[in-house]
Design a protein around this ligand. Structure first.
Ligand SMILES: Nc1nc2c([nH]c(=O)n2[C@@H]2O[C@H](COP(=O)(O)OP(=O)(O)OP(=O)(O)O)[C@@H](O)[C@H]2O)c(=O)[nH]1
Length: 189
């Protein structure tokens, strides 16, 4: 299945025509409304022909990712991506891509176990963030969480550290996480 990004060209327009389909690779500053549809490969091919898209078979990459804000004794666990991962050395909340058929919560539990060896219990959701990096877009679903069992064992990150909420802004975050940090701090205020 392919994610197709459709631009709705004006707030008044109810019509989405072929010229809008695949017509943009949204830059970070794009403020237009973007709708996201999932279609089959055949439908995607037809849309490419209709829109004379030069992108086929390359796709603008949209991923759904969960992340956990794991709280323990007033601190929160943050992770630094390794030098070899994309967004090298940026800080993020641990988590990962949602697999086909997987719920967000199941994804989060699986990813945290795989990445850090922790059994967690996810709690409330924080506001979803959509962010456009130069080469892919992300929908990030953050959840509060607590540790049920285990201690941190790194498998892919450069580091994982427990920090006080006040210190969260001192780190160089993956850009998609900045609104997550803001939302978390607002929640605590
Ligand atoms: N886990 C996680 N990923 C994030 C966050 N913010 C953010 O932009 N991302 C991006 O979302 C993607 C998450 O997928 P991932 O963690 O499974 O990706 P990956 O590239 O490390 O693993 P992969 O080798 O399985 O593709 C990465 O490209 C990561 O840079 C975040 O807070 N947590």
């Amino acid at each position: 299945m392919y994610n197709i990004i459709i631009r709705i060209s004006s707030p008044k327009s109810n019509n989405i025509d072929a010229s809008n389909i695949l017509s943009i690779i949204p830059p970070p500053t794009n403020k237009l409304l973007i709708a996201n549809f999932t279609v089959t490969e055949a439908t995607y091919a037809v849309l490419c022909i209709l829109t004379k898209s030069v992108q086929f078979p390359y796709l603008y990459h949209m991923i759904d990712v969960t992340c956990a804000l794991i709280e323990q004794q007033g601190k929160i666990l943050i992770c630094q991506r390794s030098a070899t991962m994309n967004l090298p050395l940026k800080w993020e909340f641990p988590g990962g891509k949602i697999e086909a058929g997987e719920t967000k919560v199941a994804c989060l539990i699986r990813e945290i176990k795989e990445e850090l060896g922790l059994d967690i219990v996810p709690g409330s959701a924080l506001p979803t963030v959509q962010h456009h990096y130069p080469d892919f877009s992300i929908t990030l679903y953050p959840f509060l969480a607590v540790v049920n069992k285990g201690t941190v064992k790194l498998t892919e990150h450069a580091q994982a550290i427990w920090v006080l909420p006040d210190a969260l802004r001192n780190y160089e975050w993956a850009e998609a996480d900045i609104p997550v940090v803001d939302a978390y701090l607002a929640l605590l205020a």
